[in-house]
Ligand binder design. Structure first.
Ligand code: GLU
Length: 280
């Protein structure tokens, strides 16, 4: 595998985050063919020597399907129960598709409160290190039985940032159902285009960005929660790519440095990665 603008060794640890809207088909059901393509891409990166962690939502969507619910439940206990039922189906699907690629996976269910506690934080770090050393791909979701943060606000964007900081990731690839961050609302302005690179995330950009910036419905995140996560990652010297998870080979291309969606990376980090500095 060749790398275009970044050195593979400098992008050793990769977090890939996929949201519910990207994982599901038009009927709202978990799209097995999409999971198969993710398994192919992440297994390819794994075999090429990268250490990959997947943060995946989709438990509630899978649970909804199994329970025969046509709309997202409104009360929290039903959402949590749907997540509990759906997580089994979700991880079974990942297990089958990664198994087809001969890639081992591990399931990690976490909350931010686990990471606030020094002991459980250290235990989680050790488990991630060992899972990666063993060549497996940890698949992380929020433990929705005991926490509701990502159900309410983030669709796992915040969790992905916390995991990336915890494992010392070099890059986070956030797969969404839009092409990246637009310079204007593409629904209102046909000339709106994707911003290819950002070196900082200003507070007014966050304030202007819609909380439901990508397709609403299945997940709870939007473009704002993705930018908030990217801002946390910028402060931790970790690059972020926001891109359309449905584009063919998008994860491998993003890691190889081929332009995909919006690349968010400070000038200091660009220098470390051997890239040109940009005006902000
Ligand atoms: N942990 C939840 C899930 O996997 C978060 C996403 C959501 O709110 O739909 O389904």
């Amino acid at each position: 595998m060749t790398t275009a603008t970044t050195d593979k060794r400098e992008l050793k640890r990769i977090v890939v985050k996929v949201g519910s809207n990207t994982l599901t088909n038009d009927a709202g059901a978990v799209d097995r063919r999409y999971i198969a393509s993710l398994a192919d891409q992440l297994s390819e990166l794994n075999r090429a020597g990268h250490q990959v962690v997947l943060v995946s939502s989709g438990a509630i969507a899978a649970g909804r399907e199994l329970l025969g619910l046509t709309a997202r439940p409104k009360d929290m206990a039903t959402l949590q129960a749907a997540a509990s039922i759906g997580q089994v189906e979700l991880i079974e699907t990942y297990s089958a598709e990664f198994g087809r690629c001969r890639t081992m996976i591990g399931q990690v269910l976490l909350t931010r409160y686990d990471l606030d506690n020094r002991h459980s934080y250290n235990h989680a770090v050790n488990t991630f290190d060992k899972l990666l050393e063993l060549g497996s791909i940890p698949i992380v979701n929020e433990n929705d039985t005991v926490a509701i943060d990502e159900i309410n606000f983030g669709d796992n964007d915040t969790l992905a940032a916390l995991v990336a900081e915890m494992i010392g990731a070099d890059i986070v690839v956030i797969l969404t159902d839009v092409a990246g961050l637009y310079d204007d609302d593409p629904n209102l302005n046909p000339d709106a285009s994707v911003v290819p690179c950002l070196t900082e995330i200003a507070d007014d950009l966050l304030a202007e960005t819609s909380a439901g910036g990508d397709a609403a419905g299945l997940g709870s995140g939007g473009m704002r929660s993705k930018l908030q996560a990217a801002k946390v990652l910028l402060d931790a010297d970790i690059a972020t790519v926001l891109c359309n998870g449905r584009d063919a080979n998008v994860v491998v291309d993003a890691v190889e440095g081929k332009p995909q969606g919006t690349f968010i990376c400070s000038n200091e980090l660009r220098k470390k990665l051997g890239m040109n500095e940009l005006g902000s």
